[in-house]
Design a protein around this ligand. Sequence first.
Ligand SMILES: Nc1ncnc2c1ncn2[C@@H]1O[C@H](COP(=O)(O)OP(=O)(O)O)[C@@H](O)[C@H]1O
Ligand SMILES: [Mg+2]
Length: 235
Amino acid sequence: MIEVKNLVRTFKSGDRTITPVNDVSFELEQGTLASIVGKSGSGKSTLLSLLGALDKPTSGDVLVNGVSLAGMPDGQLTEYRRRDIGFVFQQFNLIPNLSALDNVMLPMEFAGIRKAARQERARHLLEQVQLDPDKHVRRINRLSGGEQQRVAIARALANAPKLILADEPTGNLDEQTGEHIIELLSSLSRNHNTTILVVTHDRSLANKTDRRFRLQQGQLTEEAARSRIAAASPA
Ligand SMILES: Nc1ncnc2c1ncn2[C@@H]1O[C@H](COP(=O)(O)OP(=O)(O)O)[C@@H](O)[C@H]1O
Ligand SMILES: [Mg+2]
């Protein structure tokens, strides 16, 4: 369970202060797939950075299974980031001249898992994200965008994090590939009981998530629970 409490982040630029995250509170049950939509510059990446402890809030707190990030020393925050969070970015952020397998193994190496176990788990994760077995040992820069994003998701899952934060993960993909990625995230959140928070520009992708939020002028609002029946019936 992730609890976000009165989170505020202000930035100063010259004599101007902006507050892209202005008193944001919400809770996510473990295993939820949630989305955040909002205009460019509305604070979506800032909010994800706070949840992933890449940045510190001006005030407020994030509690992960009851443990407060605000009270954590920096060393523990680094641990939290490595162990409990998986990041997926628009630009994939993989190491281009390493193989898919090596990219997925890397976070496990940092976590001190021995090589044979790393390799086995990486293969298993690449199977779960449905990357063709013959592409497991292919270099990243020889994979398509959709394939690279599958590898990035497998890497995010490497240390079995509690929370996956995905910042516009379909932003560089065509519509159909983007849809496959969201479907993949959806099945992963269920099968692994992982909480996934995905930022997207794309309404139709957001509509596929369990809970939908909108960030506007620093404020987060939740949209009504989706209803597939209502969406399918004529107006
Ligand atoms: N480190 C920073 N220093 C100053 N301003 C920042 C910083 N990070 C983000 N901002 C500003 O905060 C606002 C929200 O940015 P961001 O969270 O990246 O928006 P989004 O991801 O929704 O496009 C923007 O006006 C951006 O310029
Ligand atoms: Mg952003």
